[in-house]
Design a binder for this molecule. Sequence first.
Ligand SMILES: [Cu+2]
Length: 87
Amino acid sequence: MKDVLFDVTGETPLLCNVHAEMAGYVVSFENPYFAITDKDGNYSIEGVPPGKYVLKTWHEKLKKVSQEVTVEAGKSATANFELKRRR
Ligand SMILES: [Cu+2]
């Protein structure tokens, strides 16, 4: 096992030189607030301090979308996205 430090933010593709279908991605962030959607596309990010944020999506086959979200103290905020295929 080899340790690798991801000291850049964004996506790092892990590709195979032999098999084109073997591909994985590591996506690194500058903060601990992220979520992976469930099979129906639902997600939730807990413990976000009140404030204004830009929420960004990432998917290997879908276009990136971002949306401004305001989190108020003691309330939950909702952000829905409609994602389209990358060209
Ligand atoms: Cu391979």
